[in-house]
Design a protein around this ligand. Sequence first.
Ligand SMILES: NC(=O)c1ccc[n+]([C@@H]2O[C@H](COP(=O)([O-])OP(=O)(O)OC[C@H]3O[C@@H](n4cnc5c(N)ncnc54)[C@H](O)[C@@H]3O)[C@@H](O)[C@H]2O)c1
Ligand SMILES: [Zn+2]
Length: 364
Amino acid sequence: MKEIEVKSRAFTYRILIEAGCLERCGEMIRKVSDSKRAVMISDDNVWEKYGSIAETSLKKMSFAVDSIRIKPGEGSKTIDCFTKVCEELGNLKVLKDDLIIALGGGVVGDLAGFVAAVYMRGLNYIQIPTTLLAQVDSSVGGKTAIDLPQGKNLIGAFHQPLLVITDPELLSTLNKKQLKQGMAEIIKYGAIKDKELFKKLEQYGSIEGALLHMEEIIYRCCDIKRSFVEQDERDNGERRKLNFGHSFGHAIEKIGNYTLHSHGEAVAMGMNIAAGIGMKLGITDAETGKRLTQILNAYELPTQVQSNYKDIVRHMAIDKKNDEKGLKLVLLKNIGQSLLYTIAEQELENILEDVLDDILELIV
Ligand SMILES: NC(=O)c1ccc[n+]([C@@H]2O[C@H](COP(=O)([O-])OP(=O)(O)OC[C@H]3O[C@@H](n4cnc5c(N)ncnc54)[C@H](O)[C@@H]3O)[C@@H](O)[C@H]2O)c1
Ligand SMILES: [Zn+2]
């Protein structure tokens, strides 16, 4: 079993990673909680596949278990769904000492985490992430949130889990589209912080190749996220490097109305743009840009961008992380080394036009 200790302001918690460990989740949770009762929050897909395995293990360790099921997908990260889950907790007469367990992908983790942060002013909760994205990203760091019609993740709280239990075997039932969401983040970690991980991903050469080494990959990604989160729990400085590819990616997602491109695809395009911008500014060396494009292609992630440069900058200009000096970008120096860079809106627009032309020319 691989273990990572995450030190947060409130307490230190562990991420446990081992293939097949879902069957023993009860034992692992018992070591950190003496609650009599656990309420599992999951979505219908995940519950059908894995609910009973987790429930059996919890019952073996004398937890009384209840479950609340939500519909799969981003559509459940709403105020309505949040209210329904809280009302169910009320109906179940859940008390302050009871435990919430999020069993699912990032949607379940964000919603259940937010419920745990605010129901009765906060209950303890455990993350059992079941998608690759959740295992390498959303289950670590304590950010919880729901969406508003006006934007994603607009209501949220920082609330750290008591424990994260990660079973890479659960990935065997994910489809390729969902795996790619996680792969984009994994490539991001290598690019911004870990050249050895990046090199390994190059050697594995494909999603299928990487799947054979997932325990190690998840461990390294969680450890990188841990290091950023520990330095900057509230996301005011260093942690922003985790946004590599994301400011462009969010704009691309919005332009496509969240239907044209998935988050992972948009982030992949965003990372490729960021490398292009870095090269134009003389910050990123050409070899680094080339390796990034190649690895995205190898993992079947898109690198070509059809969106208009003016639209991209317009959407980026409303990011809450910007200030009067300009827009905040994360750029690469080389593979494994990243930096924060502020750029004026007009300058970005001028450079981006060239970068997008270059990217399009590369395909022809
Ligand atoms: N809190 C954070 O720090 C953070 C970071 C990144 C992303 N997020 C959030 O994560 C969300 C996206 O998460 P996601 O990509 O995991 O999506 P998701 O939770 O919607 O899961 C994707 C789909 O996979 C299914 N699924 C989950 N596990 C499965 C399994 N093992 N086998 C088969 N099917 C399975 C789900 O039912 C769902 O249909 C977004 O809302 C995003 O905002 C949060
Ligand atoms: Zn992301």
